[in-house]
Design a protein around this ligand. Sequence first.
Ligand code: SF4
Length: 209
Amino acid sequence: MDANITKRNELLAQKTIEGLKSRNMEGYYASSKEKALKIALELIPEGSSVSMGGAMSVHEIGLSEALKEGDYNFIDRDAYEDKRQAMLMAYDADFFLSSCNAMTDDGILVNIDGNANRVSAIAQGPKHVIFIVGMNKVCSDIDSAMKRARNVAAPINTQRFGLNTPCSKKGTCFNCKSPDTICCQILITRFSRHKGRISVILVNDDLGY
Ligand code: SF4
């Protein structure tokens, strides 16, 4: 990563971590993907049950592979024929891993979801939630975070999954009511009632969409 970008990311991360703290959430800054992996593994004790939503960022830092290979009970929903069973197990996991579609530099997280398994597990259920967030997803306010979620993350994800939505064809949001919409549920996480439940690892890299 370019030294000037790194300096800017460090400064922005400091502000974001302060914002998270004011919202009863923990923030960490990782100067590289490797350091992000190290922090995440320090937060998850061996023997823990761990589940995750569809999160490219978790794969990109090598965390899902490390958990599969390590001494953890990794609930790999792709390995379950009964997806509902895997989802129900996720709600009772010690840790749930996710990224976000966008967040603000004062610590508010924005997530959109079609099936809502991800946003529901973020909101309630798993004992701990760890977000892996590339600095490319940190926005200046809630309006720009919502715009990023709808106009950057969603069009790429709908293309990725071959969904028939206006954004997959035009590259921007049309506030659709398409049967394929992935904007069924929009979760804004602005405070954690339970201290220590939500941690965010900010990574000095572009991760996910
Ligand atoms: S509302 Fe529809 S068009 Fe807009 S981002 Fe969501 S799926 Fe795409």
